[in-house]
Design a protein around this ligand. Structure first.
Ligand code: FAD
Ligand code: SF4
Length: 458
């Protein structure tokens, strides 16, 4: 078969100036022709290294082959064997660090745009209703705490195998970070809903507004169900304990994004209160910081500055997100450590920063920022968004101390995803600390397999 030498197809996008003022999706998606053309760039490698880069093991060459021939439904079926949220993953997975990083086509020119083609296939299948499970029932019942990617994956895998599943979700809407964290312009909520509805049609019951550890206790669930999965994420924001953190106008990125995304504060008809800063400073440089900065621009800020104590190369956000933020007009104050939040009349007015330089890499390979004495300077900011990471909420652990946790509050599990309590499993950010959608889904698949194995043995 002759090799297709065409260059990688570019994802069409809204122009930066236009999109910085609206919440519509930035990336517009491939047309069927573009998807087919991109899939045709795949070399169908025998060993397909791309597959080992996918944490849930999607058969990438097989789905690309189906796309190449225009069999989009068949491609969806291939992806669906391993990934129940393809429209989501096609948009938010860090493919450049996973499947695409290992793609052999990258040695010739550029890797196949696997994520963009997956997104196309996921979108194509959004209105295709899966047949509800009608095989034999196991007679077993499982409770899933949290409806983020890990919980949804466990629920889907168990429901597909004849288990009665009930999800308990603290919020009024299912999806976890997919609905409360990642903004509309990166991940439209209508498609998250459509993808979740498809899963729920497998026969999963969703109980919303139920906080496990408060509304119901974990031991009530272990009494009533044959297995429990904890997928409660890592939604507790960290602060630096800086002087001035309690000023009006200082907010965690999690709270800010929840108000704007989940509570719809970006819509003109919303009655959710949210501050609209004019000069906004965002502390941190991960995906959450980029989302908060780009959201603040769209909420009408005149200027948004990301403050980070390391350099560009060390920024943990996806390169694509940094690039998009920059194109939209977000400024970066790098090698600058926050010293104090300055205030006027109880409200934030600016940041006192100190220059840093990076040390030689330490034993962990990371270059530590060293603050330079006498290098203080200030920037103005009437709103300061703190995006310094999150940890698991201690609610479940506190109400059920038999669950072993680490010093950082993450839940300890064994190789099968089981906690220190027999029959109680956990996965996703609650176990790893803040990570990625696909790793949470991978943990969900692993735990579901272990739960099914356990049921078989009973
Ligand atoms: P979550 O998605 O956090 O879901 C946990 C759910 O459990 C929530 O719905 C919560 O309400 C519920 N819950 C918590 N406690 C209880 C309780 N006691 N009772 C009942 N329900 C409870 N990852 C990527 O791969 N790509 C990205 O681009 C990306 N961007 C991100 C941007 C932001 C702003 C954030 C915050 C994260 C981002 N991530 C990204 C990380 C990714 O979203 C998470 O790693 C992933 O969602 C973790 O899934 P999870 O199922 O473990 O938990
Ligand atoms: Fe196709 Fe790249 Fe995977 Fe090879 S490594 S099978 S070219 S996607």
């Amino acid at each position: 078969m002759a090799i297709d030498r065409s260059p990688r197809n570019r994802m069409p996008e809204q122009a930066p100036k236009l999109r910085a003022k609206n919440f519509d999706e930035v990336a517009l998606g491939f047309s069927p022709e573009q998807a087919k053309a991109e899939a045709s760039r795949c070399l169908q490698c025998k060993n397909a290294p791309c597959k080992s880069g996918c944490p849930v093991g999607v058969d990438i060459p097989e789905f690309l082959k189906a796309v190449q021939t225009g069999d989009f439904e068949g491609a969806g079926a291939v992806i669906g064997r391993a990934n129940s949220l393809p429209a989501v993953c096609g948009r938010v997975c860090p493919q450049e660090e996973q499947c695409e990083k290992l793609c052999l086509r990258g040695r010739m020119d550029k890797p196949v745009a696997i994520g963009a083609v997956e997104r196309f296939v996921g979108d194509f299948g959004l209105d295709k209703t899966p047949a509800p499970y009608d095989g034999p029932r196991t007679g077993k019942r499982a409770a899933v705490i949290g409806s983020g990617p890990s919980g949804l994956t466990v629920a889907a895998e168990l429901a597909k195998n004849g288990v009665d599943v009930t999800i308990y979700e603290a919020f009024h809407r299912a999806g976890g970070v997919l609905v409360y964290g990642i903004p509309e312009f990166r991940l439209p909520k209508s498609l998250v809903r459509a993808e979740i509805d498809k899963l729920l049609r497998l026969g999963v019951t969703l109980m919303r507004n139920v906080v496990v550890g408060k509304t119901v206790l974990l031991d009530e669930l272990t009494d009533r169900f044959d297995a429990v999965f904890i997928g409660s994420g890592a939604g507790l924001p960290m602060f630096m304990n800086l002087k001035g953190e309690s000023y009006k106008g200082v907010i965690s990125a999690n709270e800010y994004l929840t108000r704007v995304n989940l509570m719809g504060a970006y819509r003109a008809d919303s009655d959710t209160p949210v501050q609209r800063g004019r000069r906004v400073a965002v502390i941190g440089a991960g995906n959450v910081a980029m989302d908060a900065a780009r959201t603040a621009l769209r909420m009408g800020a005149d200027s948004v500055t990301v403050v980070y104590r390391r350099g560009r190369e060390e920024m943990p956000a996806r390169a694509e997100e940094i690039h998009h933020a920059e194109e939209e007009g977000v400024r970066f104050e790098l090698l600058a450590a926050p010293v104090e939040i300055l205030g006027e009349n109880g409200a934030a007015a600016g940041l006192l920063l100190r220059r840093t330089e990076l040390s030689e890499p330490d034993a962990s390979g990371r270059r530590r920022p060293v603050e330079l004495a006498g290098s203080e300077f200030t920037i103005g900011a009437d709103m300061v968004i703190v995006a310094l990471g999150t940890s698991p909420n201690p609610l479940i652990k506190d109400s059920y101390p038999a669950i072993e946790t680490t010093k950082k509050g993450t839940i300890v599990v064994d190789g099968r995803g089981m906690t220190s309590v027999d029959g109680v499993y956990a996965g996703g950010d609650a176990v790893t600390g803040a990570a990625t959608v696909i790793l949470a889904m991978g943990a969900g698949r692993k735990a579901a397999a272990a739960i099914l194995e356990r049921f078989k043995g009973q």
